[in-house]
Ligand binder design. Sequence first.
Ligand SMILES: Cc1cc2nc3c(=O)[nH]c(=O)nc-3n(C[C@H](O)[C@H](O)[C@H](O)COP(=O)(O)OP(=O)(O)OC[C@H]3O[C@@H](n4cnc5c(N)ncnc54)[C@H](O)[C@@H]3O)c2cc1C
Length: 320
Amino acid sequence: MNQDIYVIIEHLQGQVADISYITLAAARDLAQETGGKVLGVLLGQNAQELASTLAADSILYADHPALAEFTSDAYQKTVASLIGENEPRAVLFGNTSIGADVASVLSARLSLPLVSSCVKTSGGKLTSQICGGKIMAESELAETTTLITVIPGGYKPESGQSETAPEVILFDAPALDDLRVTLKGYIEPEAGDVDISKESILIAIGRGIQTEDNIELAEELAKFLGGTVCSSRPIVDQGWLPTSRLVGKSGQTVKPKLYLALGISGAPEHVEGMAESEVIVAVNMDPNAPIFDIATYGVEFDFFDLIDPLLEQVEEAKEG
Ligand SMILES: Cc1cc2nc3c(=O)[nH]c(=O)nc-3n(C[C@H](O)[C@H](O)[C@H](O)COP(=O)(O)OP(=O)(O)OC[C@H]3O[C@@H](n4cnc5c(N)ncnc54)[C@H](O)[C@@H]3O)c2cc1C
């Protein structure tokens, strides 16, 4: 086994996903301990130029028609053959639908250990958030190739970006002619509601809002601040807001100037969609809520007691 750290680069419709830059930064931290190189693994067709912004020592690139779009089948086969041939010290994935899918199947098929939801890799320690971020777990690299999925929160995407294009090394994908899954096309969501990914002020509500009627309070605050209401998943699951307002793994990724999180715990699946907001203000009664780990400003408070004084302050500021 060598000491190199591989990072599976996720991309969609010609764009590298932010999580891949975050994962490259985590890999760099880990490589300082193992003494190996950081190698990005880019799979695609005519996608070589995506390598240019990646902060890696080198990029291993496989160009194949079956890799033009992500399918779990083709990615698993290609990454499995790469691991078999090179035995890297660790393979890192974003803890996204794509990364979690490929990593978990490879772990089962190749009998390799999988550390999931890893937020930090410093000092050779892998720190993971488990149980929706309520428990932090520490682990170490195993003796065999270790598979790791990375969540946002520990590293900034900028740390995984580079202005100098890395060297690209071509490698051959294995036989990919017996795939069980192919992509027929993308189904774009229906337009109609606001596009929260383009809003600069978001008032995000979570389960702490308690009842559907209370959403009116958040709407009022949003109107005052010139923002839009969005939410965590329980609110959408209850049918209190449409899916178009969902932030996170199964919803939208947002990067507003201000993300005001009211009664949201900060589960990894939610944080995945909002961690790159410019300013995050979190209001939560629980001092141990994981949202405080990524918040720019944290307020340990019952937000029902905060809304009225906040509305008054905003009004005063507007008048002043
Ligand atoms: C495959 C998968 C995909 C998922 N995708 C998403 C996704 O896209 N987006 C998403 O959000 N979740 C997603 N989830 C769900 C996620 O794991 C969490 O369950 C969810 O984010 C929790 O939402 P929450 O923070 O609103 O609720 P909770 O975790 O219940 O947190 C409520 C918070 O409100 C606080 N609170 C309560 N009352 C008050 C008050 N009066 N004042 C202040 N604070 C208060 C509590 O202290 C608590 O921290 C997904 C889960 C899975 C398994």
